[in-house]
Ligand binder design. Structure first.
Ligand code: NAP
Length: 214
């Protein structure tokens, strides 16, 4: 797939590199320095390149949105028309201090994104894993039972693309249902973050669901 990265920080840089190494055509965009984007593209290899958010949106069928909540408006404005584009958001609607969700309960960051980009095909994925585990999970692909990764969305085409990217990154996708389920997965992401960053185990945490009974 042609994948544009909107936000090339901890999540976007790593996932973009992983997608490029899995054979996707990746455009890195949205960092404070163009040099960083160029280096990311060079290190990722393959056909990866650096661009502006507008170029990334233009050149891609799938966009990964990986920016802080406070940067949503700016990056969406720079990306331009998102009509028909699949948008995988790993972003969480965090406050400026990154201590709490600013949207929750009756809505989610993913649903608010649909309001801001109503013509995009939005799916929520990858926000329930700490970025530090991504390369290890990718490198363990094909060895043993993969960790799960929950995703949700209302658009079948977007969900199919997300499933492909989730598998390519080394996870087993778990369909959590429609996009409104992001009201549960986004707080779950904070729980995972709390366990990974504040717990003694450190950021090695990925997870596996086991269903008991019916
Ligand atoms: N990190 C995690 O483990 C994790 C896990 C789950 C979900 N998330 C969510 O994923 C999203 C991204 O998180 P992250 O940790 O990847 O954030 P991050 O490392 O801060 O990356 C954000 C990107 O936006 C760029 N940026 C910020 N302000 C900008 C500006 N004014 N102009 C141009 N570019 C700008 C940054 O540029 P620079 O590269 O120059 O800094 C960076 O590339 C957030 O919504 C977060 O809640 C993160």
């Amino acid at each position: 797939m042609r994948v544009g990265i909107l936000g090339s920080g901890l999540m976007g840089a790593k996932l973009g590199t992983i997608f490029a190494r899995a054979g996707h055509d990746v455009t890195f965009s949205y960092a404070r320095s163009r040099e960083k984007l160029k280096k990311l593209a060079k290190d990722a290899g393959g056909t990866a390149r650096a661009g502006t958010p507008g170029e990334a949106a233009e050149a891609s069928d799938v966009l990964l949105l990986a920016v802080h909540w406070s940067r949503f408006a700016d990056v969406l404005k720079q990306a331009g028309s998102l009509a028909g584009k699949i948008m995988v958001t790993c972003s969480l609607p965090m406050n400026d201090a990154d201590t709490a969700l600013v949207v929750g309960n009756t809505s989610s960051g993913a649903e608010e994104l649909v309001k801001r980009a109503p013509k995009a095909r939005v799916v929520s994925a990858f926000n329930t894993v700490p970025s530090e585990v991504l390369f290890d999970v990718f490198e363990s692909k094909g060895k043993g039972t993969p960790p799960n990764l929950v995703y949700c969305g209302d658009d079948a085409r977007a969900k199919k693309a997300a499933v492909e990217l989730i598998r390519d990154a080394g996870f087993e996708p778990v369909d959590a249902g429609p996009l409104r389920i992001a009201r549960y997965t986004e707080p779950f992401a904070l729980l995972v973050g709390q366990l990974a960053y504040e717990g003694k185990a450190g950021p090695e945490l990925a997870y596996r669901f086991v269903r008991f009974g019916t």
